[in-house]
Design a protein around this ligand. Structure first.
Ligand SMILES: [Cu+2]
Length: 70
């Protein structure tokens, strides 16, 4: 089953940050598509819920050094 989650991420300031977050997320098994809006900090992730959880997605972003708001 494919799910979509939209997260609000703080700390992304440039195209490099955007790429870092995108790469960190697509590296997770089960993540199908990532859309990062740099201006707003919105990160939209499509994922297969049988392979990966929203918690793991949040953790992957934080591990890259960015803050995920609730
Ligand atoms: Cu940056």
């Amino acid at each position: 089953m494919s799910e979509v989650v939209a997260l609000q991420v703080k700390g992304m300031t440039c195209g490099g940050c955007k790429k870092t977050v995108e790469n960190g997320l697509v590296a997770l098994d089960g993540v199908e598509n990532v859309n990062v809006e740099l201006e707003t900090g919105k990160v939209e992730v499509s994922f297969n819920e049988s392979q990966v959880t929203v918690d793991q997605i949040r953790t992957a972003i934080q591990n890259k050094g960015y803050f995920v708001e609730a």
